[in-house]
Design a protein around this ligand. Sequence first.
Ligand SMILES: [Zn+2]
Length: 352
Amino acid sequence: MITVEPLPAFEGDCILVNLDGSFILIDSGTKETYALSLKDRLHELSNQKKVIDLAVLTHIDKDHIGGFLSLLSDKEANIQIREFWYNTFKPLSTPIESHVSRRGQRIIFSENRAVSDAMDLTKLLNNKKIPWNISFEDKVVEQTLYKSVMIGNANIWIVNPDKDKLQKMSKEWLRQTGNLRHANPQGEELFRISLEDDENKSYDELTKLKPEIISSPTNESSIAIIIEYEGKTLLFTGDASQKALIYALEEWCRINQRPQSFDLVKVPHHASYRSTNFEFYEKFKASNFIISTNGIKHNHPSVAVLAQIIKNNPGCNIVFNYKDNRGCKYYSNRKKIPPDIKYQILLDKVEL
Ligand SMILES: [Zn+2]
């Protein structure tokens, strides 16, 4: 049996996938997520003599990397991690001309600030001798639609990032380490925009909204994977751009002769309004959707994104890890939703 548990991770993701006792941990939420939920869950696993077969950090944003930093700094933690996947600067810098790379390294070691979390992670993984990116040439986790990586009995394909997104991230890495503005200059603007898809609107009004898409190089660099196990396919997207996902997934389905439907989709970027390409939900179907966010910091998830999911996937399960975000509230009380619209709300975990 497959169990997927989105642990409470504040505004981030921390998702534990159990494939008949083989465990994959995707992201780790904020730093506080470790003390709040991840520590106890991993302790339970190590007591049962289980290991994490694969840990994946989709991208280096604080709401995804934080818990890993706390876990790897915790001297009492005794869970074994067999392999770790993430993208960090050094392997990323190899395709760029040497002068850029040299300059980047000089600045990194003198500045050590904005992307310091990711550099700390590398140090911690090396100190703990946790093998990272050993399944990939050049230690870069990069799109591979033709060939899967076997982890236990599961096949895993990398859907994102492609070369272009990695190049963008590599430049972003240099920008951040070059002591340029790290704080998201669009932060307040994004929060204001997130109010456009208003929960005062009816379900029918929500289905007619069309956002303009905003993205960031870190989100776009997200490692997105398909896990195929015992005939079931699960798509984990990090915060990847849906435009890139649409293209890669159509290719993947064509190459591997799979239908454009999944048993489970982790909704990208906490179902944010301005990073959702609604076409994605017209093209790809699923029976289960994971929404990971408490909604406090960024007002996620968008009620309009949820309307698209429900409209295109009648009878689907929406799995939340917090019940007091606006999306869960809006769709739990059903006041503004026509009675013939069918879906179920689940909390904290789903079994497939
Ligand atoms: Zn995120």
